[in-house]
Design a protein around this ligand. Structure first.
Ligand code: LMR
Length: 396
């Protein structure tokens, strides 16, 4: 059966971690996979999350099945974190299912679209996260790309994006990054979200918002401004939520897919399809991470503590951006590195070509994926000069 299978190349992001681990060079630097790191290089579990986990384990007396929709309290609370007061306004028009991380939400969302309309096309940004196309494309839906980023300005090419979206037919699905665009770090301004909301409403397009980094851009409210602008305007929307980064629950695979439907009846039907899709793929999601999140969000003190802890992470990422910009400017004083501090979240594109990226890894042992995305959380006071030297030597 399996003798004819050829081995596949390594995953474009996870393969970087494996290559980094194999490298024995003492000064090697990992700016690859998108995980937060503190100044010791550790990806911490926030203390509030650990406390919620301890309380959960102490109280849990059974591990019987939950159900395909997962932890219902989690579903409610995680959507409320993203949509705020809009949650109660929309009430029964929202159908939420707990998923296997944010990836599970993206895949389930695509499967749901295919059930509703197998001819639907999903439009993804250029560039986008390396796993977006494999995840949603494996549903069998056709994918197309919309322009998003202009490398020369290191910013969003909003006119091109707007023009493109403004020509899409009704029913087209547009996958958007809610905040902290992966891999560019270039986010839409609130006015641009408003202009997009106009187009989506007028042309009957379906936004599919991937919100994997709420809290990692500026704060938990600012980061969802664009999402909420859309939700207020469009009758239908898909929302993929992830608890990997902001709760530090990466391997627990906690996420959710929320669907805003036109009516409560439509949402009730969506919920049955979500459950059937999950049952047919993996039956039900893992409980542990979602149960921790539900407990934490229900506890006012823990919730406050966790928000503070995430704010500390954001401060660190912003200061690392500023530090790298400063160190690069020392080496290349005629160049402008303001884009580094303007961009948001963990990622920015280095803007290096394939040969430079090869050198970066082979000669300097600095690891990034092949698209040249850098995880700024992998920088530190200790390695920033080494990294700045490497980048400057390749771009002088
Ligand atoms: C990333 O973008 O590096 C993370 O979201 C991890 C992953 O699964 O690719």
């Amino acid at each position: 059966m399996f003798d004819a299978l050829d081995p596949l190349p390594p995953d474009p992001i996870l393969g970087v971690t494996a290559a980094f681990r194999r490298d024995t060079y003492p000064l090697k630097v990992d700016l690859g996979v998108g995980v937060y790191r503190d100044d010791r290089g550790i990806t911490p579990v926030p203390l509030a999350v650990r406390e919620a986990e301890r309380a959960l384990i102490a109280a849990q007396t059974s591990k019987t099945y939950v159900g395909p929709a997962g932890n219902l309290e989690f579903n409610e609370r995680i959507v409320e974190l993203a949509l705020g007061p809009l949650t109660s306004r929309l009430g029964p028009r929202i159908a939420t299912i707990q998923t296997v991380g944010g990836c599970g939400a993206l895949r389930l969302g695509a499967e749901l679209v295919r059930v509703a309309n197998p001819e639907a096309v999903i439009h993804v940004s250029t560039p986008t996260w390396a796993n977006h196309e494999p995840l949603v494309g494996s549903s069998g839906l056709r994918l197309e790309r919309y322009p998003y980023y202009v490398a020369a300005r290191r910013d969003v090419d909003f006119d091109a994006m707007h023009d493109h979206v403004n020509r899409l037919p009704a029913g087209a699905v547009v996958l958007l990054h809610g905040c902290c665009h992966n891999p560019t770090g270039a986010d839409l301004e609130v006015e641009q979200w408003r202009a997009l909301a106009d187009v989506f409403e007028r042309r009957g397009l379906l936004p599919f918002v991937d919100m994997a980094y709420q809290g990692f851009g500026d704060d938990f409210e600012t980061d969802v401004t664009g999402l909420r602008v859309l939700v207020e305007r469009v009758p239908q929307l898909l929302l993929a939520l992830s608890c990997s980064k902001n709760f530090g629950l990466y391997r627990e695979r906690a996420g959710a897919l929320a669907v805003v439907a036109r009516t409560a009846e439509a949402a009730a039907a969506v919920a049955t399809h979500q459950a059937r899709l999950a049952r047919r793929m993996y039956s039900m999601p893992p409980d542990h991470g979602a149960a921790i999140v539900a407990r934490l969000l229900a506890d006012t003190a823990l919730r406050r503590q966790w928000i503070d802890e995430v704010a500390t992470m954001v401060t660190r990422m912003k200061s690392l951006r500023a530090l790298l910009a400063e160190r690069l400017a020392q080496r290349q004083p005629t160049r402008d590195f303001g884009w580094l501090t303007h961009q948001r979240g963990m990622f920015s594109l280095l803007g290096l070509d394939d040969a430079q990226l090869h050198e970066l890894r082979e000669r300097h042992h600095v690891y990034v994926p092949a698209d040249g995305r850098m995880n700024v959380a992998g920088l530190s006071e200790l390695n920033v000069d080494y990294v700045a030297d490497a980048i400057a030597s390749l771009t002088n």
